[in-house]
Unconditional design. Structure first.
Length: 590
């Protein structure tokens, strides 16, 4: 699609960046030069370069090796790329950073359904967590019914016995570390001996929901017993949140991710600020509070984009429906396996992840929030997955656009998973709505999608249909996923999903609904420049051009020279954020 003219703010940012570099670029010595590579710049006027020169966190030269060499001084670090491929840093359009850090530092059991792996994962979490922290969550068994990487259920497959752990599996590896773990669908909970002791639970004094066998607690808890264990869990310390964040940042740096559009709860912002002050925030954060916060932001005069190049307040996330992993996405017709059409997100439940007031219910709530946010100049970015949910949100967006004064709007539909048909894509394009999609969803969700919605799957993850209609696509991960699925933050796996629509082991051979595959160039733009534009930061990032932020990733393979099925095996060897090397693998390790 043709990108509208840039915001005055974005132009000002670019001019400000050039001013910081200095009045005469030719006279500037670089801090860092990357040279001798095949560098895809994302700039249509000059798509490839051989070298870049960086000073004060910005690009002062993008072109030939000779052009970059003019900026070499006595203190300049020069890295020879040896012909390797480089791109602008990847920007992830959808992360749950705090949850990801908690899973990386704590325990991730989504793909676990046997005792050995269960104990090993819990032991690993015990060793990573700070003293005094509980091991919680886990979401075991999410892939029991549909194997990870499956292209769909086998016909007439026999039912599998459900994994039902007891405390004997983990007590020996957590003698002094309390643990309360849960099954992915919240139908079962497991407390270890230390957690039962902290909650003063034993079989000598029975409590409703405490399972006992031969006078000994199995660790399986529900009802009042579960409530007692939960009440014993201490509040997470700020030090633990910092440790989780550092772990998540290191993971993103290793993947070549230099920026995230994060779904950011209130408690996460102080963590970002603390890391930024300490010089430890090496991923740029476009933080997204929930939609119901528009009036609070407006009341104190915080506009969209408030902040700096490392941390800024972005769009506001609302929720129309649930998720397809839990069969709560909203459809016109019932889902085949449940006979239910899904749900509208209910804002009256203050415990909901949507936050109080950012969902559809009660009636009129979403329109009130969209209208208020738009009038305040803020940018709604709303989750909609089922076909009815998407159409409903488009109607609400159109009403707001029609009734409010004209202004810069970069509205998004988050996930945009199941369209009603090609006409829905045309409607996106007519309204200028951005489709914020996560291609890995397609190759993970195919394991159960046709079983649930049948022929409607044709319009699931309809990336090519959206693109061909002129809709701007932005790419990301939804990392670390939901309670039903784990999603990778690795851009190479996500690009692979977009261009092949095949599972990680290559099924189905021609791709799942292969007519919706995208080409690599379109996919790279969706992961870089389009994400920058969607955030109003197109003058700062997303391309490698003089004056822009020096966010660069060097890969071990040339993506354009690879067979599509090899993209997933590509690795980031060097990640540079603001001219600072934040990840280096051989041969670039110092």
């Amino acid at each position: 699609m043709t990108i509208p003219s840039r915001l005055p703010l974005a132009v000002a940012a670019l001019l400000g960046g050039l001013a910081l570099i200095g009045p005469s670029l030719a006279a500037q010595d670089a801090d860092l030069i990357l040279t001798g590579g095949r560098i895809w710049t994302g700039d249509t006027a000059r798509p490839y370069a051989e070298a870049v020169a960086i000073r004060n966190g910005r690009l002062i030269a993008v072109g030939s090796a000779a052009e970059a060499a003019r900026h070499r001084g006595a203190a300049t670090r020069v890295i020879a790329l040896g012909g390797r491929f480089a791109t602008p840093g990847f920007i992830d359009n959808h992360t749950h950073f705090g949850q990801a850090g908690a899973l990386l530092l704590g325990v991730n059991l989504l793909d676990v359904s046997d005792a050995g792996a269960f104990a090993a994962r819990v032991k690993g979490a015990r060793d990573r967590l700070p003293a005094g922290a509980w091991i919680t969550g886990g979401d075991w068994g999410a892939y029991e019914d549909w194997n990870a990487g499956s292209a769909g259920a086998a016909p007439n497959a026999p039912p599998r016995a459900r994994f039902s752990p007891d405390r004997s599996i983990i007590d020996s590896v957590t003698p002094a570390t309390p643990a309360l773990l849960q099954r992915w669908d919240r139908t079962a909970y497991l407390a270890n001996g230390a957690a039962l002791a902290a909650a003063s639970l034993d079989c000598a004094s029975p409590v409703d929901g405490l399972e006992c066998t031969a006078g000994r607690a199995t660790g399986r808890v529900s009802g009042a017993a579960l409530a007692r264990v939960r009440a014993a869990i201490p509040a997470k310390s700020f030090e633990q949140r910092l440790r989780e964040a550092r772990t998540a940042i290191a993971h993103l740096n290793e993947m070549g991710v230099t920026g995230i559009h994060d779904i950011t709860p209130r408690e996460q912002l102080p963590v970002y600020h603390a890391l930024k002050e300490r010089g430890e925030l090496t991923v740029r954060v476009y933080a997204r509070p929930t939609l119901d916060k528009w009036d609070e932001l407006s009341a104190v005069g915080i506009p969209h984009g408030f902040g700096d190049e490392w941390l800024r307040i972005g769009g506001l996330k609302g929720f129309v429906d649930g998720i397809q992993g839990n069969s709560t996405a909203r459809f016109y017709e019932p889902q085949l396996h449940s006979g239910r059409r899904g749900e509208w997100r209910d804002s009256t439940n203050t415990a909901a992840t949507s936050g109080p007031g950012s969902g559809m219910e009660p009636a009129g709530n979403m329109l009130r929030n969209l209208d208020g946010a738009d009038r305040a100049g803020l940018w709604p970015q709303v989750h909609a997955i089922g076909d009815e949910a998407i159409d409903t949100l488009l109607t609400l967006y159109e009403k707001v656009m029609r009734e409010n004064p004209a202004r810069e709007r970069r509205f998004r539909i988050i996930h945009s998973q199941v369209l009603r048909g090609a006409e829905t894509a045309q409607r996106y394009a007519r309204l200028g709505i951005i489709a914020e999609v996560q291609p890995y969803h397609a190759i993970d969700d195919m394991r159960w999608m046709e079983e649930r919605i049948g022929e409607r799957s044709r319009w699931a993850y309809a990336f090519r249909t959206l693109h061909d209609a002129g809709v701007m696509l932005t790419f990301g991960s939804d990392w670390p996923g939901t309670n039903a699925s784990w999603y990778t933050a690795n851009p190479m796996h996500i690009l692979y999903a977009a261009v092949t629509r095949r599972t990680m082991d290559g099924r189905p051979e021609g791709g799942w609904f292969p007519e919706e595959r995208l080409d690599l160039l379109t996919s790279l733009r969706a992961y870089t420049a389009n994400n920058a534009w969607a955030a109003g930061e197109e003058a700062l990032k997303g391309k490698l051009m003089v004056g822009m932020l020096a966010d660069v990733v060097v890969l071990d393979q040339d993506l354009f020279a690879l067979a599509p099925d090899r993209i997933k095996d590509t690795k980031a060897l060097l990640t540079v954020v603001g001219g600072r090397i934040v990840h280096a693998a051989a041969p670039f390790q110092r």
